[in-house]
Design a protein around this ligand. Structure first.
Ligand code: SF4
Length: 210
């Protein structure tokens, strides 16, 4: 495929943005090299007026193929935790700081590779527009990449997980672990405990929103 010139993502955002026309514009994004590696842009999804937005790192293998965020194993864990916390999945908006799957081959598998600062910055206009359009009352950052992108590079999820932090992005902002990290727990008991902690973090957000 001939390489087309890259554009700043902000230049692609329509003059009168809506979730649907911004999502359509993001399909054409080539603002960083990741468009060449992923199958498609995986834009955020959820209610136009969702009170709660989850922001993860990037789509995974299953999301890249499906074209929808949080539909793979980590998304399933998120779904179960939302249900346990009494949060309606249909009433939240889920997205990522980077909209293309970054991976490297290992045998026949595609292994997740962390996006770098340049890729995160290139993709940021899409996330900023999603936040502007949805105007969630609460944003939950899932994992260090999302938390550091939104709350600053010094932010440590290990030190501040489950705490509401001051931010101009939304009235309530909290960071917790990414559900994929729970799936990688070393044993079943750790996974059970981490799932409980994660669910407790979501309960805290639900309570604050009530
Ligand atoms: S990762 Fe983001 S900035 Fe890079 S090409 Fe995809 S949509 Fe554009």
């Amino acid at each position: 495929m001939a390489k087309r010139p890259n554009k700043d993502a902000a230049e692609l955002i329509p003059d009168r943005p809506s979730l649907s026309n911004v999502q359509a514009a993001a399909k054409e994004c080539q603002a960083c090299d990741l468009w060449q590696r992923g199958t498609q842009t995986v834009f955020g999804e959820g209610g136009r007026k969702a009170e709660l937005m989850f922001v993860g790192e990037q789509p995974g293998d299953a999301e890249d193929l499906a074209g929808h965020p949080f539909v793979g194993p980590a998304g399933k864990l998120l779904d179960r935790a939302l249900q346990e916390a009494g949060i309606d999945r249909a009433a939240v908006y889920v997205t990522n700081v980077v909209k293309h799957f970054k991976w490297e081959p290992r045998g026949k598998r595609r292994i997740h590779k962390k996006p770098n600062a340049g890729e995160i910055a290139a993709c940021r206009p899409w996330l900023d527009t999603e936040i502007e359009l949805v105007k969630p009352r609460a944003i939950v950052c899932l994992g260090a990449t999302a938390a550091q992108a939104l709350l600053g590079r010094q932010f440590k999820v290990t030190a501040h997980r489950g705490e509401f932090v001051a931010s101009t992005l939304a009235p309530l902002v909290l960071a917790t672990v990414h559900p994929s990290s729970i799936l990688r727990a070393r044993d079943d008991e750790t996974r059970r405990l981490e799932t409980k902690r994660f669910t407790d973090d979501l309960r805290k957000v639900a309570k604050a929103l009530a």
